[in-house]
Ligand binder design. Structure first.
Ligand code: ADP
Ligand code: MG
Length: 561
């Protein structure tokens, strides 16, 4: 027979004051008034990571709230936010030792990402969260547990998962913004664009560590001739379309160049209403590229950019445990291309100068035979003409790029002007007598075959995968440094990526890396993020294949054939 909340109450009374291990007895499923409570896993002691629980309720939302994928993702995101808000409102918090009394749900930030904190499962809505089962010392605090599970939790679940009255307007706006952002991104390709920035968008952030919008920031306005008008399911938008090809963002220091690029970088994700970047979108395969000296590289063909290294180091299969600025940036480009990048986003602030430019004077002083690097300025055109890969490049410090740019934007007090013609006039009036060093064609892309045994998260007797914010992922005995992978937006993405690396091994049977990762992404698409774990994890958020590849490429134990 199904257990009820009264059974749970009795159980808690019985184990009150006993040793913490007795909590294991409450594992199981309980029918409460409006929901089912699942206690899936009970922590071993009050200081360990908290217990894993789920509540399941009948989905009482109207059809329009989940009638397509965009809306369903937005609804789930909305509910996870509400659940978190209700925890703050109803949970009394710490009561006892360790994590006693805390209730935690994976809380979204500025992005709207598909996440497993709240899922729609048939006609049920399910919230997955953690709770610290309370104790004094290591003795079970049964009364406190009853208060948390039978008083606070019903209030939290009730007010978040079937709110009455429902503020339809706020919810609907959340859904429609997400739906339109998805539609906008999917229109880009057909319009010949790699990115779109809506007029009125607010790009700057409150601070370097606060991703909320800057109060009083100047709203974005497109140069007139670059304005594109787009009809979306729920609104019509005008804004700046950045065409495919090579685009330069130039302008004086502190005039907003990096801010614009940063918004485009994060335009691979959707943003919540009020963020300011709701309708700033980029091609879904756009990748930020930067220098990352010190990184690990495993047998990557970087020869399009780097040749003739000292001591005849192989650049067709370049490996290092400590890359230089330029070689790391070259490896980042080549790995991104291997993983399917369609646009590269580069900022001079985080680039190696010698990777970006090499002028006439330097060509005189250091002849090509003694300079291993072919600068990006000599390869960007080939990248687009041969491979269709666009570039958006922030450069304020050099005019070398005028010759190859299809479009030159100039930021003037946070507003872009289209100075393409002027830049091209200057380029022909002052020709560079430097030689193009780019060679006949771009060159071959890497196509590596990973060895699954080199991906091992064993630590002691268990597999251990754990995200530390968005900067680092513990993977067994290794730590994958991800602070230079700037399009990771949420630590739940890292949780999912960590488990996806383990999952990917089953497809590493001699096929190329990208094909194995394609399979992982296809499985997630088909069966949701739940494929990554046997447990019902509540701390996953969706990620791109590009970031999955980036994490794999930074795993220092990785070996390829
Ligand atoms: P650049 O890369 O051109 O040197 P940044 O993009 O770093 O400049 O911007 C410089 C400063 O201006 C930052 O503090 C940024 O937050 C602020 N800023 C950028 N765009 C705007 C805007 N539209 N309104 C107000 N402040 C802005
Ligand atoms: Mg800058």
């Amino acid at each position: 027979m199904e257990k009820t909340k009264e059974d749970l109450r009795r159980l808690l009374r019985r184990i009150d004051g006993k040793g913490y291990k007795a909590y294991k007895d409450i594992q199981g499923q309980y029918a409460c008034d409006d929901f089912e409570l699942h206690i899936d896993y009970v922590q071993g002691d009050p200081f360990a990571s908290p217990s894993r629980l789920r509540v399941r309720v009948d989905n009482r939302f109207p059809d329009w709230a989940y009638q397509n994928r965009s809306r369903e993702v937005a609804l789930r995101d909305f509910l996870a936010r509400q659940f978190a808000r209700c925890i703050r409102r109803f949970a009394k918090g710490n009561r006892g030792s360790g994590k006693s009394g805390g209730i935690f749900i994976d809380q979204p930030g500025q992005e709207i990402l598909e996440r497993t904190a709240v899922v729609l499962d048939g006609d049920k809505l399910e919230a997955r969260f953690q709770a610290g089962l309370p104790a004094f010392g290591r003795r079970i605090a049964g009364q406190q547990a009853a208060a948390i599970l039978l008083d606070e939790l019903p209030a939290i679940a009730g007010h978040s998962l079937f709110p009455e009255p429902l503020d339809e307007e706020v919810l609907l706006n959340h859904l429609l913004v997400n739906e339109d952002a998805d539609a906008l991104r999917s229109h880009l390709d057909g319009l010949g664009l790699v990115a779109f920035v809506a007029n009125g968008a607010l790009l700057p952030r409150a601070s370097g560590v606060d991703p909320r919008p800057l109060e009083g920031g100047l709203p974005f306005r497109s140069p007139e001739n670059m304005e594109v008008d787009i009809q979306l399911p729920n609104r019509r938008l005008t804004g700046m379309g950045i065409p495919k090809g090579i685009t330069l963002i130039t302008g004086g220091g502190y005039h907003g160049k990096s801010t614009l690029l940063r918004a485009i970088e994060l335009g691979v994700y959707n943003h919540i209403p009020g963020d300011g970047r709701e309708f700033v979108v980029a091609n879904r395969h756009a990748v930020k590229i930067r220098a990352e000296d010190g990184r690990f590289v495993e047998k990557v063909n970087i020869s399009p950019f780097i040749n003739n290294l000292p001591q005849s180091v192989d650049t067709l299969r370049f490996s290092t445990r400590n890359a230089s600025g330029s070689t790391s940036q070259a490896a980042n480009v080549m790995e991104a291309l291997e993983a399917g990048a369609r646009a590269l986003l580069i900022d001079e602030d985080t680039s190696a100068t010698n990777f970006m430019i090499r002028d006439h004077r330097m060509q005189q002083l250091v002849p090509k035979e003694r300079e291993p690097i072919t600068p990006f300025v000599d390869k960007a055109r080939q990248l687009y003409d041969e491979l269709g890969v666009s570039s958006i490049i922030v450069v304020g410090g050099s005019g070398l790029y005028f010759d190859i740019a299809d479009r030159v934007l100039c930021m003037v007090e946070y507003e872009p002007q289209d100075l393409t013609e002027r830049a091209h006039e200057i380029a022909s009036a002052h020709p560079q007598d430097r030689a193009n060093e780019g060679g006949q064609d771009f060159g071959a892309l890497p196509r590596r075959v990973p060895i699954p045994e080199s991906i091992d998260a064993q630590k002691g007797r268990r597999e251990k995968v754990r995200a530390f914010g968005i900067r680092s992922l513990q993977f067994g005995a290794e730590e994958i440094a991800l602070s230079a992978v700037e399009q990771l937006a949420d630590n739940s993405q890292l949780n999912a990526i960590g488990d996806a690396l383990l999952y990917a091994r089953k497809y590493m049977d001699g096929r190329p890396l990208v094909e194995a990762l394609d399979q992982v992404m296809a499985d997630i698409e088909k069966d949701s993020l739940d494929v990554l774990s046997r447990r019902k994890e509540g701390h996953y958020a969706v990620f791109r294949k590009l970031e999955l590849a980036a994490a794999l490429n930074r795993l220092r134990s990785l070996r390829v054939e």
